[in-house]
Design a protein around this ligand. Structure first.
Ligand code: CAO
Length: 413
């Protein structure tokens, strides 16, 4: 495995940090998750669908890890954590700001214990006025520019179902960690890695900061639905389902839309295939009509054009439309429900959707590793039970059975 031999001290909880360490585990790192005895990661018991079984929230974010319980506020527990810091390569955490220091593990202390240690953190904000604030997913979406630019012009800001604040920042952090590991091979030193959720969301909203500057220069953005009939204000408006790029697109109804909330298709009027689009929808004359023939001529007519294309898509199911449009290389995508995705055979074949067996909850579906390495294939294994590997990891640290029992008796592990 790509990260064979890399040991991760996983001090993460909820979603952002666990997403990061799960990826590292899938690439082969030994991820040792530290949890509080008796309680563990709060998500173990959140949104439970089976009484007393670790929730899907927890199981789907903590595959391929080992779990040890340590009370890091207990003096004996602190010694165990120190031993782990000396043995591991990376400490990953996403506590509220200052929590690690309050535990007695400042960057300086960690460096004393292990100068090669990389300390990687997710925080809500980077240094600045909000650095001490706790942050959850939707807060990050709001402060990172996603909410103000998502939704329709006549409605309020909207958050997206994609967890760009949590899982998105976890991905950013994972890249920071492997980069720091690479640099360590040359410097021999650890370093701090910080991924702030606001920054991660903003990075994913980069095109909207592009548009802000275009708007300030020209006062108008012709691919937005506000053009030509609506008005633009001072800030990038919500663009509904308009395409973020230079190829206009929109979501169109398909056959069955009256009773199926997902009977829709995303349709892109890509310029190179405009003539083919005209043929498919039966408006051949638009291919040569100067009012429709060029991308610029079409921009003020997009609403009319999409209404005409929708008259065609409404005669087909989303899959029929996809099949026909793909014959002509016309970019499009059916709106797939989670039910349809869960049943998708090709996603199962590639390991992107995986069925996992769990001793308490039985079989469940999860999303496997979306990043495929040809020399380091991912085998998804179930999430650990709380403290399942405490004895095993303690033995690896050199503790005898009697010492382990004594530590358990005093509540340190
Ligand atoms: N033993 C003893 N104490 C432990 C422990 C252990 N094994 N593990 C954690 N703790 C303690 C911490 O030391 C902390 O104690 P203090 O408050 O006394 O310092 C306490 O548990 C709670 O940690 P927390 O403040 O991080 O947790 P919270 O539930 O209050 O806040 C969250 C959760 C997510 C808002 C906060 O952790 C945060 O802002 N994290 C950074 C941003 C982030 O990752 N957000 C996304 C989360 S996913 O949606």
């Amino acid at each position: 495995k790509a990260l064979d031999g890399v040991r991760i001290l996983d001090f993460t909880h909820v979603q952002s940090g666990p997403t990061c360490t799960q990826l590292l585990a899938w690439f082969g790192a030994d991820v040792i998750k530290v949890e509080r005895a008796g309680a563990g990661d709060i998500t173990r018991e959140q949104l439970r669908d089976i009484p007393d079984a670790d929730s899907l929230y927890f199981t789907m974010l903590n595959h391929n890890k080992r779990s040890v319980t340590i009370d890091t506020k207990n003096p004996e527990g602190k010694l165990v954590l120190e031993a782990l810091i000396q043995k591991c390569d990376v400490l990953v955490e996403n506590f509220a700001p200052g929590a690690l220091e309050r535990m007695g593990f400042s960057w300086e202390r960690i460096q004393e214990l292990n100068p090669r240690m990389i300390v990687a953190s997710v925080k809500g904000f980077g240094p600045g006025p909000y650095e001490d604030c706790k942050v959850y997913e939707n807060v990050a979406q709001c402060v990172g520019g996603a909410a103000s630019t998502t939704g329709f012009d006549d409605g309020p800001p909207v958050v997206t179902g994609a967890q760009i604040g949590d899982s998105g920042t976890g991905l950013h952090l994972a890249l920071g960690i492997v980069t720091a590991l690479y640099q360590r091979t040359m410097t021999g030193r650890g370093q701090k890695v910080l991924a702030a959720m606001q920054d991660g969301v903003l990075n994913l909203c980069r095109v909207k900061l592009r548009d802000q500057q275009r708007l300030e220069r020209t006062g108008v953005m012709k691919e937005y639905p506000q053009y030509p009939n609506g008005t633009f204000g001072e800030a990038v408006p919500r663009a509904g389902n308009a395409s973020g790029g230079g190829q206009p697109g929109w979501i169109l109804k398909c056959k069955g839309w009256e009773h199926d909330p997902n009977a829709y298709i995303y349709f892109i009027t890509q310029a190179p295939v405009w003539a083919k689009i005209c043929n498919v929808i039966g408006r051949e004359e638009w291919a040569t009509d100067p009012q429709y023939a060029t991308p610029n001529a079409r921009l003020p007519r997009l609403q009319e054009i999409f209404a005409e294309i929708e008259r065609w898509t409404m005669t087909k199911t989303k899959f029929e439309a996809m099949e026909i449009l793909n014959r002509y290389d016309i970019p499009c995508g059916p709106i797939l429900s989670m039910k349809e995705i869960a049943q998708d055979e090709s996603l199962r074949r590639t390991g992107t959707i995986v069925e996992v067996d769990h001793p308490v909850r039985g079989k469940y579906l999860t999303v496997g590793n979306p990043i495929k390495l040809s020399d380091s294939p991912t085998q998804v294994t179930r999430s650990p039970l709380l403290g399942e590997h405490t004895d095993e990891v303690m033995a690896e640290l050199g503790y005898s059975s009697a010492q382990i029992e004594a530590l358990r008796a005093c509540g340190a592990i």
